[in-house]
Ligand binder design. Structure first.
Ligand SMILES: Cc1cc2nc3c(=O)[nH]c(=O)nc-3n(C[C@H](O)[C@H](O)[C@H](O)COP(=O)(O)OP(=O)(O)OC[C@H]3O[C@@H](n4cnc5c(N)ncnc54)[C@H](O)[C@@H]3O)c2cc1C
Length: 512
């Protein structure tokens, strides 16, 4: 049995929403994975009379194509679409059956306008949290425009292909056989890359907001809910809803929820915000912000050229991975240098990897990788690890991990992919080389605030300086979460600061 009782129940609830018939074409061989794929197809067929099944050879085995009856075109899943990709698979089933995708009409129009032939192939790992967004975007494009085809390929099931194509980070998207993009990407970004530029005028026509939140992580979501509950016109403009939570695996310190997973929490955040009258504008990046003194209004310009206008703004743009800045890091990005252990870890199964950084995220990554890699070496610059004791204790239980402290990484070397890294033992200044296939950089975060240069006051780390109410140096502009100088950067603290900033913004509005 592939689906347990709970999954069957949940899947049936979704399949009951199917609008039309769908044919599952399975390309199966004699291998164990093919047998599982056939089993999955039969289990699904039992859950919905709208699902039909046939066996036929496709380009890859095992794989499964979803198409409408009488059509040859359809999205393909090569390898078993379980783990993080199960939701992509169920969504593709629903959309193939005729359920309209949840995407704005202007995006659908841009997809329809694509001319030419686009054969997309996306290599994923089933534990990658960044992959489903890309898989779902390309599946949707394929269902909207028959000139676009898409195959999701589980790298673990097609190892030789992955090796031959040099895929070392997922998601890795190939277009007509050539590398097209890597990493989490939105449908908007894919369209831009294909030359289908957006017309930003509909954003500029949004009218005046009372509160405009920039950022859709925990702090932005919390600020938006608190503002909307005051009955004022609230908007959220965000590059990627969910923020860092999307990159997190297990969360055990979000009080009242004993344990959850990042993408699950991110989806719940979005659902909660959508329960209110909040205008969510995503995925759009903000370029700059100015305050018009006479009007007392704030103008927010997006990277696509649109301008939004608001009486108050809450900046909640969070933080991103810090880069090491040593020779070889940029050259081998996605060719062995990685930043997300949950996403790219499975590509290093049975290989030797290094984790740079001995803080919480570094040690979490090392524990995660120890279950997959042959050997993990942790390199920490300081004389001791900085991670919480509980994590250090868990790490100590791993038999295939070596910890090097008081070492400085000097460079990353290789030919077409990472082969080694060089570090210096800081007490003796001895230079040493470590043969590794992958380097996971986990040395903390930097605030996403560069775009505020010359507007609000920031400290030497680039964090926005706020007072106890979340006020910044600019009247009407508030800030919350990881992009500010609040002392501890956590989900719960960022949500708290988002709520504070929204209440302070409301207070500011009623005094104007
Ligand atoms: C691997 C990892 C594990 C973690 N584990 C935990 C944990 O177990 N427990 C815990 O409490 N915390 C954990 N954290 C920390 C927690 O995720 C953060 O403290 C929290 O997400 C901060 O929320 P935020 O809303 O301030 O920022 P973020 O989550 O960073 O969100 C920022 C938002 O702003 C958007 N944005 C950025 N720049 C722009 C721009 N120019 N224009 C438009 N939008 C923009 C982003 O797309 C995003 O929507 C973890 C973090 C990481 C990276």
């Amino acid at each position: 049995m592939i689906l347990d009782q709970d999954m069957k129940q949940q899947t049936k609830t979704y399949l009951d929403l199917m609008e039309g018939e769908v044919v599952l074409t399975v390309s199966a061989g004699e291998d164990a994975l093919s047998k599982k794929m056939l089993e999955l197809a039969h289990e699904l067929r039992e859950l919905s009379p709208k699902i039909h099944f046939e066996e036929k050879k496709l380009a890859r085995t095992p794989s499964m194509q979803l198409s409408r009856p009488g059509e040859t075109h359809g999205v393909v899943f090569a390898g078993l679409p379980m783990g993080q990709e199960y939701s992509s698979f169920i969504l593709a089933l629903l959309q193939t059956s005729g359920r309209p995708p949840k995407v704005e009409p202007h995006i659908i129009e841009r997809i329809k306008q694509l001319e030419g032939t686009y054969r997309f192939e996306t290599y994923v790992s089933l534990s990658c949290h960044n992959c489903p967004d890309v898989v779902q975007a390309l599946n949707m494009m394929s269902l909207i425009n028959p000139r676009v085809s898409h195959t999701m390929i589980d790298g673990a099931a097609f190892k030789e292909e992955v090796e031959a194509k040099g895929v070392m980070a997922v998601p890795a998207v190939f277009l007509n056989g050539e590398m097209f993009l890597s990493g989490r990407t939105t449908i908007e970004e894919i369209l831009e890359k294909l030359g289908q530029k957006a017309d930003p005028s509909f954003l500029s026509e949004k009218g005046l907001f009372d509160v405009l939140v920039i950022g859709g992580g925990p702090s932005g979501a919390s600020a938006a809910i608190y503002a909307a509950r005051k009955g004022i016109k609230t908007g959220v403009v965000a590059d990627r809803f969910g923020g860092q939570v999307q990159d997190t695996l297990t969360i055990e310190n979000f009080i009242s929820v004993k344990s959850t997973e990042g993408p699950k929490l991110a989806a719940m955040l979005e659902e909660h915000v959508r329960a209110y009258e909040v205008d969510i504008m995503a995925p759009y990046r903000v370029h700059s912000l100015t305050r018009q003194e006479e009007e007392g209004l704030i103008y927010v310009t997006l990277e696509n050229g649109a301008t939004l206008k608001s009486k108050t703004v809450i900046i909640a743009t969070g933080a991103r991975w810090r880069e090491l800045g040593v020779p070889g890091e940029a050259q081998f990005k996605n060719k062995g240098v990685a930043y997300c252990a949950h996403c790219d870890g499975p590509l290093f199964t049975g290989k030797d990897v290094a984790v740079i950084g001995g803080g919480n995220s570094g040690i979490e990554a090392a524990i995660d990788l120890a279950g997959l890699a042959r050997h993990v070496t942790v390199l920490e610059f300081l004389p001791e690890l900085k991670a919480d004791t509980i994590l250090q204790e868990r790490l100590a239980k791993q038999s295939n991990v070596t910890v090097l402290t008081n070492v400085a990484t000097q460079s990353i070397e290789g030919e077409d992919r990472v082969q080694s890294l060089t570090y210096m033992e800081r007490d003796t200044e001895t230079i040493k080389k470590l043969n590794v296939d992958g380097v996971f950089v986990q040395i903390g975060l930097i605030p996403n605030t560069e775009w505020l240069e010359g507007t609000v006051e920031r400290n030497r780390f680039g964090e926005i300086i706020v007072d106890a109410y979340g006020k910044t140096s600019l009247p009407g502009v508030f800030a919350a979460g990881d992009c500010t100088n609040i002392p501890y950067k956590q989900i719960i603290t960022s949500m708290g600061s988002g709520a504070t900033a929204a209440l302070a913004a409301f207070d500011y509005l009623i005094r104007q």
